[in-house]
Write a protein that binds this ligand. Structure first.
Ligand SMILES: Cc1cc2nc3c(=O)[nH]c(=O)nc-3n(C[C@H](O)[C@H](O)[C@H](O)COP(=O)(O)O)c2cc1C
Length: 227
């Protein structure tokens, strides 16, 4: 996270190489590069990611998931990024299975102990034909907030529609929303970096990382107390 250029990581949950989701993420990547930042991509379909097993002890265990697959390496790559974009298609009125499996494994298996994505900037792209994109988007919003990531308001959500069989970026309004989202993510990333460089402190405290542990007391600063 402290390299020369900000790093935005795009995670694609589409099983279709070169499909609508990949095209949308590539477009986001071009915008990131144009701003002089680095864009990295993870295609979940290229990785070995097991679904959650029947062990069912995620909520009680104190150590990360023991399933041996690519998840720990992916989580490490997420930790290196300043910002993360989840990009996923809608399948059967819900989140397509690759992304669903991924957020289950990442969340309960790895991220819930220390919330290492806290204060990273989050973004979401959902591709679909027209049915339930908003509820899939809402699910991913909840997931980013659960991980204490920073969501930057940027106007309409980046929901990209294509009703044809061929992959295509044809949804002008959706693309405008995507552009705004990427630019606002980068603006926020730069703001956070400037704050960190100037103060040596994270912009929001990181001492409250686990919702299962009592929240540390907070006092208003004198500046805030002063009428
Ligand atoms: C199995 C399957 C189920 C789908 N279900 C929905 C759906 O419920 N709602 C919707 O709007 N689109 C649905 N679609 C369309 C895809 O969300 C849409 O084509 C998306 O852009 C595909 O992304 P991709 O090209 O990256 O695979 C479905 C597509 C597939 C293959």
């Amino acid at each position: 996270m402290q390299g020369a250029q900000p790093i935005i990581l795009g995670i694609s949950g589409s099983e279709r190489a070169g499909g609508n989701t990949d095209l949308a993420l590539e477009y986001a990547g071009r915008l990131v590069h144009e701003r002089g930042a680095e864009f990295r991509t993870i295609h979940l379909r290229d990785h070995r990611i097991s679904p959650c097993s029947p062990c069912g002890d995620c909520n009680s265990r104190l150590t990360p998931c023991e399933l041996r697959d690519d998840m720990p390496a992916i989580v490490e790559r997420m930790k290196q990024a300043d910002g993360i974009i989840y990009a996923a298609p809608v399948h059967g009125f819900g989140l397509a299975h690759l992304m669903q499996i991924f957020i289950e494994r990442a969340g309960v298996g790895f991220l819930r102990f220390e919330r290492p994505l806290a204060n990273k900037v989050g973004g979401i792209i959902v591709t679909g034909r027209r049915y339930s994109e908003a509820s899939v988007h809402n699910q991913l919003v909840d997931n980013l907030l659960l991980n204490r990531m920073i969501l930057v308001g940027s106007g309409f959500p980046a929901l990209l529609r294509n009703t044809g069989p061929e992959p295509r970026l044809q949804d002008t309004e959706g693309l405008e929303a995507l552009e705004r989202m990427v630019h606002r993510m980068l603006d926020m990333t730069l703001l956070l970096r400037r704050h960190q460089a100037a103060t040596g402190e994270p912009v929001l405290p990181l001492d409250d990382r686990n919702e299962r542990v009592a929240r540390p007391p907070r006092e208003l600063t004198p500046a805030v107390n002063t009428p």
